[in-house]
Design a protein around this ligand. Structure first.
Ligand SMILES: [Zn+2]
Length: 158
């Protein structure tokens, strides 16, 4: 399953990519371009624009109107609708910045690219082969799992 998110869903896009989903996103696309691209690449259109949602549905496309007010709510509804796991396996994650699949990378290869403390305290790293961004489950990871736990709880209530 592949997604295309409208320009209002940048944050949701980054979450879905981390969850391993292929999501195209750009603030540059206008409505017609979104519809055309979704159709051409057989992507589910995620949108906060009800008019755009109706146009997509009217053309027989798979589209989802995102209503949640918070990130856990948005994640919960999309996960429920498309049966997505709300857990992150970094070996399957796509780069939140550019949507390329991440590569697990031995830390020896990253010496000089990381701050000394990061290099010392963490052992597992992933690198984006496209934009070069390096990821690890650092201090922010607790916040990420908190958000996902909230999303899992909300999903049960939908
Ligand atoms: Zn990247």
């Amino acid at each position: 399953m592949k997604f295309l998110a409208d320009g209002m869903l940048g944050k949701l896009t980054r979450w879905l990519r981390m969850l391993g989903q292929d999501v195209i996103y750009s603030v540059q696309f206008n409505d017609s371009e979104l519809l055309e691209l979704a159709k051409k690449e057989d992507r589910v259109l995620l949108t906060k624009d009800f008019e755009l949602y109706k146009r997509a549905i009217g053309r027989g496309m798979d589209a989802y109107y995102v209503e949640g007010k918070t990130e856990p709510e948005r994640l919960a509804e999309v996960a429920k609708r498309y049966n997505l796991q709300l857990t992150i396996d970094m070996d399957k994650s796509h780069c939140p910045i550019c949507n390329t699949k991440l590569n697990p990378t031995p830390k020896e290869q990253l010496q000089g690219e990381l701050e000394k403390n990061t290099f010392t305290y963490y052992d597992k790293f992933w690198k984006c082969p496209n934009c070069g961004q390096i990821y690890w489950q650092g201090a922010h990871w607790k916040q990420i799992t908190n958000t996902l736990t909230q999303a899992q709880q909300k999903r049960l209530c939908l």
